[in-house]
Design a protein around this ligand. Structure first.
Ligand SMILES: Cc1cc2nc3c(=O)[nH]c(=O)nc-3n(C[C@H](O)[C@H](O)[C@H](O)COP(=O)(O)O)c2cc1C
Length: 202
């Protein structure tokens, strides 16, 4: 049986989605997948980053520690977990820019049947979490990827805020997570890998 290869691809300004991605990486390692945790490249100028101390701190702490996501990671992996904050009810430009570099792989049909699931965070309980995840899934539909939503397939989803589209969390102004989503993240990763394993091994 071939090992499932998983890319955990995240963007984070102030650390929330990085933490979610780290939980995802840990869950996938425990599951036995080959895992790459990669950071979507920052696009904002340093002058903007420096206006927010939490953003600056997180940027400087991760820029040399976490490898930048490459389009080649999309070809390498059998499955993807995306984690991106909500920005005006949709994906951050950084994540979109990364996705938009996949045209070459798409044209060669190399993104077909990739197994995908997505997570997000927002400041408000109804701040656009589902819309953000759906906008990522829209791109996945164009790729011919197989979207694995959590649905209500585990109790951890209810206790983590109940988002069946993908795990999401509310963060306060200090960046504290308001719901306990770790179990939901781990379940989402395990479920995605179970589906990916069937795709890889037939
Ligand atoms: C430009 C911008 C737009 C945002 N738009 C929303 C929004 O539409 N709804 C919301 O609840 N929070 C919004 N937020 C708050 C972010 O979603 C929140 O800071 C983020 O989820 C934290 O994730 P991170 O720590 O991984 O960066 C916005 C933040 C910024 C900077």
């Amino acid at each position: 049986m071939a090992n499932v290869k998983l890319a955990v691809i995240y963007y984070s300004s102030t650390g929330t989605n990085y933490k979610m991605a780290q939980w995802a990486e840990d869950a996938a390692n425990k599951w036995g997948a080959d895992v790459k945790l990669v950071r979507v490249p920052e696009l904002a100028p340093m002058s903007a980053i420096e206006q927010n101390s939490a953003w600056k701190e997180h940027y400087l702490a991760t820029k040399d520690q976490v490898p930048e996501a490459q389009v080649e990671d999309l070809e390498w992996a059998d499955a993807y977990i995306f984690s991106s904050p909500t920005r005006f009810g949709t994906l951050p430009a950084q994540t979109k820019q990364f996705l938009d570099q996949a045209g070459g792989l798409w044209a060669q049909g190399k993104l077909v049947n990739k197994v995908v699931s997505a997570m997000t965070s927002a400041q408000n309980p109804h701040g656009g979490q589902e819309a953000t995840i759906l906008s990522l899934y829209t791109t996945m539909f164009h790729w011919g990827a197989i979207v694995v939503s959590p649905g209500y397939s585990d109790n951890s989803i209810f206790s983590g805020g109940g988002n069946p589209y993908g795990t999401s969390v509310t963060v306060d102004g200090e960046g504290n997570m308001k719901e306990d989503i770790e179990g939901a993240v781990r379940h989402q990763v395990n479920r995605t890998l179970q589906v990916a394993e069937k795709m890889v091994n037939g």
